[in-house]
Structure formats: C-alpha cells, structure tokens
Write a protein that binds this ligand. Structure first.
Ligand SMILES: [Ca+2]
Ligand SMILES: [Ca+2]
Ligand SMILES: [Ca+2]
Length: 168
C-alpha cells in the first residue's frame, strides 16, 4: 500500500497541480490554475467575476498547502513535502473533515471537466479531460477507468469527490 500511496500523490502533484511542470508547487501554479479553470468553465469565454472567485479559491488553496506542507518554508512544495503534508492533513479523515480549500478545489476541478454543465461527467467529458492531463496510448485504458469510476455511465459530484479524495 505504501507504494501505491506514493505513486498516487506523485501523480496528483504532477498532473493536477504542477501546471508549469517545474517539479515543485508554488504560488504560480495556483495562479495559472485560476486562469485555466476560468477559461475552461467558460469554454473559452472570460468572466471576471468567476475569475475573481477562482483566484480566491486557488490562492487560498496554495496558502493552506504551503502551511501544511512547505516544511522548509522556501515558498515551494516538492512532492516529498506534499506527500508528508497531505498525509498529515487528510489521511484517515472523512471527506467532510478535509480542509475547506481541498473541497473547493475538488469542486472547481469537477466543473472544468463537466463541460456541458449537466452536473455529471460522462464518458466523452472524462476522455477529454484525461488526454489533456496525461499521455494516453490506448483509448481502451480510459474507457476501462471510466467504467470503474462511473455509475450508470455518469460520474456525479459526490462520486467524483469520493473518488478523487481516495486518489489523494
Ligand atoms: Ca510548478
Ligand atoms: Ca519547501
Ligand atoms: Ca456533463
């Protein structure tokens, strides 16, 4: 289990948070995520109100992550620090007891994947999100992953919360 826990956290850091791919998390990653999520939610359009909200959420998330995980206080969180920090803050807790910023982040991620805004992630939306995050060799890998996570062909927000939280 120790191994898969390590790999999951590394995956999360690399594909979800470290948007500029420099191997560490810092404030810039979260500023970029706020812009990215705003544009993705708006399917290319720009909404200054949504951006203000997204930015607040992301900066808040960064502040919390830095507080939890930037052990040497150098303004960056590497994957070892992140792992240690997330383990301390989240492991063994129910989803409802997670730090608020984590929950907001998960909900914001969900909205960027649910492109048509119908409140659930379908197979098409799932595939689209995955190929944007990572190299995929065979579409069957994605379809198999989707069938494991989804229920009746959909991933609803509560299901996504639980799934992503387990991934964390
Ligand atoms: Ca980075
Ligand atoms: Ca650090
Ligand atoms: Ca949808």
């Amino acid at each position: 289990m120790a191994n898969s826990w390590t790999n999951r956290v590394k995956f999360l850091v690399r594909y979800m948070y470290d948007i500029d791919n420099n191997g560490v998390l810092d404030k810039t990653d979260f500023e970029c995520l706020a812009v990215k999520n705003t544009i993705m939610e708006g399917k290319g359009s720009w909404d200054a109100t949504k951006y203000a909200k997204n930015k607040e959420v992301m900066i808040n998330l960064w502040d919390q992550i830095a507080e939890i995980a930037d052990f040497d206080k150098n303004g960056e969180v590497d994957s070892d620090e992140f792992m240690k920090g997330v383990e301390t803050a989240c492991k063994g807790k129910a989803y409802a007891d997670l730090p608020n910023a984590f929950k907001f982040f998960i909900e914001a991620q969900f909205r960027t994947i649910d492109v048509d805004g119908d409140g659930s992630i379908g197979l098409d939306e799932f595939r689209y999100d995955c190929v944007n995050r990572m190299p995929v060799k065979e579409v069957t890998e994605l379809d198999a992953a989707f069938s494991k996570i989804s229920l009746d062909g959909d991933i609803t927000l509560p299901r996504y919360q639980v799934y992503l939280y387990k991934t964390i």
